[in-house]
Design a protein around this ligand. Structure first.
Ligand SMILES: [Zn+2]
Length: 509
């Protein structure tokens, strides 16, 4: 019956598959994934050298003389396990040398939490450690030792050791090991490393924006983006382009063309940086329409607009949205679905903003579905003497942090295109979003330094304007509407099943 041979081979695998599926809901539910360690119980021999276990190797340095054994029999799990016998001169310890069996590197999620467990039998203290390896934001290799668990007490029999470890944000791989630096014996078996479920974390959705077209930003900051293949949105004052008396400080037409050629997005920041909250309706119309036309003459779509000084009125916001796909403010906060495209929030980053502060916003964006973090930069100066400047180094550190956290960085218009192409609830707001209460789930602490007398140059200088009186003055009504809006939004998300978290988020910058 030769015809039955092939089907029989497949059938032979079926019970295993069924067993796995049957186990999945119970034993895998508490743990988020499979064991990342290859040959975890050291049962399999190496394909090239069957005298050694597959995916395990030894390492030693300094004042330790070890003997490594791939033990057979008397193991905790299965037939095989690992053993180290060592002699160390009196008074010597971890600082003088050590001996270890270590696993092959396995792929890890940056910043994930790993649940680590192993079987251990030892008559001396030892340590469970990890070596995390990856690259910094510029691609330079980077590694870090992580102490997973100190095991100071010997054990007479096999004992299960459990610990959790945080994977460094830069890491792409890790290897686990048991390290000893004392005269005695350590045995290891059944090493498990499982990525723990985290609360729907995903890469943060980030847009970097530059206001005004300051030459210093293009001398010090934007080249860093280009070197990393990152693209930003540039809010350009169209009337300043090539204008006599302005060319030392503001970008000219050549730079605008270069930006577009490099894939950056150019957006409008009015004709002459006039305060639009104080402009007449005709002046507002003129600024919205003519600045767009001026920038479109470079052969590009101009999808967005940002207010000089962050200053606008509610009617102005509605008017601007008629000319542009999105309108950005400098009101601090994350943008949550459904985005208010007439009043997108953004954090202004200045020389008083720490990288840790920016990272805290990124972390919140990682945890909130659909959250969109927009950062605003103005000028750069190596000394950063003014509030509206950043130093090139702080910008580099911020980019390193963003890339280490795997942030998805795109120009604003590109993010809107991505989301509009997906079946996501990107809709116009059904009620004016004018207060923090509306966005309570994602509300963030105010940015220190904002609106604190930044002078006339920064766009965030006039953050505290009178828009509140224009938009639903009654705070109680606003809170009620906000709560209703949240309920509606939640129902909308629920109706869409897994919603944002499950939607594929295209990457590549
Ligand atoms: Zn500005």
């Amino acid at each position: 019956m030769t015809a039955q041979r092939r089907p029989r081979r497949r059938l032979a695998r079926l019970p295993w598959l069924v067993a796995t599926l049957a186990l999945a809901p119970t034993s895998f539910a508490a743990e988020a994934g499979p064991n990342l360690v290859a040959n975890p119980s050291m049962e399999e021999p190496d394909a090239k050298d069957p005298s050694k276990p597959a995916a395990w190797s030894t390492n030693t340095w300094g004042a330790v003389t070890p003997t490594f054994t791939w033990l057979q029999g008397d193991c905790a799990v299965g037939a095989r396990c690992l053993r180290i016998d060592a002699t160390v001169a009196a008074g010597k310890g971890y600082d003088d040398g050590d001996a270890k069996w270590w696993s092959a590197p396995f792929t890890v999620q940056p910043a994930a939490t790993l649940a680590v467990s192993l079987q251990l039998r030892s008559d001396v203290p030892c340590r469970v450690m990890a070596l995390a390896e990856g690259a910094d934001g510029k691609g330079t290799p980077k590694s870090q030792w992580v102490l997973v668990k100190d095991v100071p007490a010997p054990s007479t029999g096999w004992a299960k050791v459990q610990a959790s470890m945080s994977v460094p944000a830069f890491a792409a791989t890790a290897r686990l090991m048991v390290v000893m630096a004392a005269t005695g014996r350590v045995e290891v078996d059944d090493l498990q490393a499982v990525t723990q479920a985290s609360a729907a974390k995903h890469p943060a959705k980030v847009s970097l924006t530059f206001d005004d077209g300051w030459v210093s930003a293009y001398a010090y900051l934007v080249p860093e983006l280009d070197a990393r293949g990152l693209r930003a949105t540039h809010f350009i004052i169209s009337g300043y382009i090539d204008r006599v008396g302005y060319t030392a400080d503001y970008v000219g037409s050549k730079r605008v063309r270069d930006l577009l050629g490099a894939g950056h997005e150019v957006a409008s920041h009015t004709l002459m940086h006039q305060d639009m909250a104080k402009a007449t309706a005709a002046e507002l119309d003129e600024n919205l329409e003519l600045s767009r036309k001026a920038l479109e003459s470079f052969g590009t779509m101009v999808p967005g607009f940002a207010w000089p000084y962050g200053s606008y009125t509610a009617t102005g916001a509605e008017r601007a949205r008629k000319t542009y796909s999105y309108v950005r403010t400098v009101e601090p906060g994350l943008n949550l679905l459904p985005y208010d495209l007439s009043k997108l929030k953004a954090y202004v980053v200045t020389n008083t903003t720490s990288v840790a502060e920016v990272e805290s916003w990124v972390k919140q964006a990682e945890e909130l579905d659909g959250a969109w973090l927009i950062l605003v930069y103005h000028r750069a100066d190596p000394e950063a003497p003014l509030d509206s400047y950043v130093t090139p180094q702080s910008f580099i550190d911020t980019l390193d942090m963003l890339q280490a956290r795997n942030a998805d960085i795109r120009p604003m218009g590109q993010w809107l295109d991505v989301w509009k192409a997906q079946p996501l609830p990107v809709v116009e707001p059904w009620v004016a979003d004018g207060g923090a209460s509306f966005d309570a789930p994602g509300s963030l602490p105010p940015v220190p330094g904002l609106g604190s007398g930044e002078g006339g140059t920064g766009c965030g200088a006039a953050l505290r304007h009178g828009q509140g009186s224009d938009i639903l003055g009654n705070a109680g009504l606003l809170a009620l509407l906000g709560a209703m809006g949240l309920l509606l939004r939640r129902r909308r998300w629920a109706a869409q099943g897994a919603g944002v978290a499950a939607a594929p988020t295209p990457r590549g910058q």
